[in-house]
Design a protein around this ligand. Structure first.
Ligand SMILES: [Zn+2]
Length: 304
């Protein structure tokens, strides 16, 4: 009997690790999507990357993790012989920034002022030594920065707090393509990094500002496949429903367990969580903690 239970437990463990392993494996795979001769999106391997080929150099948005991101310079070399001269980091998380160190020093690295501060305060072990030190953001912004790169007019905009307090989105106005960073993830539950100033409540307004930007035709999410305006609206609706339902329950004095039971977000059950990182129940807990002013503890609020 004991042996049977042990065997059953072993099979269960294998299944769990199998499912988690497949999700991680998928998370690390890259795919190159051509938008036109000068503009590519490389999904996966960390955050999604936009690659814009200019006249004398290449601009990259979010060059992924350090190690899986090493594939990216090879992919770029297969597209053009021009060097990477400009990097934009949408926020400080490792899967969007550590890859900066895979390019020769001297590139302009654009990010929000608070992103550079978070890199040093929250991830100093990586950034305070070379080669990362020389690839820290060296061009910082607070609200907006505009630049001309090759045939493209680019707006780097901080639409407000959400995933962290230093997220920017990157609008390629000629192509009407918007890279949203993790302010929008496609078909995936959001991660609220409260230790870095993230907030679910203000996130909804920030997304409304993102949706109001120009006449965007195509959205590059922080993670997941290329998306339409309807996809971004649905993600905003999830956050809005999540916040308002938790708010309603908390206003009646509900405990976390009661809030978990009261919330009904079944309409978004097709969203996926990243292994060990986020789920709908975790989203409810983060919003409950935010609304009841509980401090975000290390290890409780995930990074993505
Ligand atoms: Zn992130």
């Amino acid at each position: 009997m004991a042996r049977r239970i042990l065997m059953g437990f072993g099979v269960l463990l294998l299944l769990v690790f199998g499912v988690v392993g497949v999700r991680f494996w998928r998370f690390l795979q890259t795919e190159t999507v051509k938008i036109d001769d000068r503009f590519y999106v490389v999904t996966g391997g960390g955050g999604n990357t936009a690659v814009l080929i200019g006249d004398d150099g290449v601009l990259v948005v979010d060059p992924k993790f350090w190690s899986p991101g090493r594939r990216l310079p090879t992919i770029i070399r297969s597209l053009t012989a021009k060097p990477v001269t400009t990097i934009i980091n949408t926020h400080y998380h490792a899967d969007h920034t550590h890859g900066n160190a895979n390019y020769p020093a001297g590139a302009e690295v654009i990010a929000h002022r608070r992103t550079r501060a978070h890199l040093l305060a929250r991830d100093g072990g990586f950034w305070e030594v070379e080669p990362a030190w020389s690839s820290l953001p060296n061009a910082q912004l607070d609200d907006e920065r505009q630049l001309q790169f090759g045939d493209e007019s680019i707006r780097v905009i901080h639409p407000g707090r959400g995933h962290t307090d230093g997220d920017v989105v990157v609008y390629f106005s000629r192509r009407r393509v918007l890279h949203t960073g993790d302010l929008f993830v496609h078909g995936i539950y959001p991660v609220v990094d409260r230790r870095a100033g993230g907030t679910a409540r203000e996130w909804v307004e920030s997304l409304d500002r993102v949706l109001g930007l120009g006449d965007t035709e195509r959205y590059i999410p922080g993670h997941g496949s290329l998306a339409t305006r309807a996809d971004v609206e649905r993600f905003r609706d999830y956050l809005r429903d999540l916040v308002s339902q938790v708010e309603r329950a908390v206003s009646h004095g509900a405990s976390l367990a009661e809030v978990q039971r009261a919330v009904d977000l079944g309409a978004f059950a097709d969203f996926q969580g990243l292994p060990f990182l986020n789920s709908q129940a975790q989203n409810v807990r983060w919003v409950y903690e935010e609304l009841t002013h509980l401090r975000a503890h290390d290890g409780e609020t995930g990074k993505d």
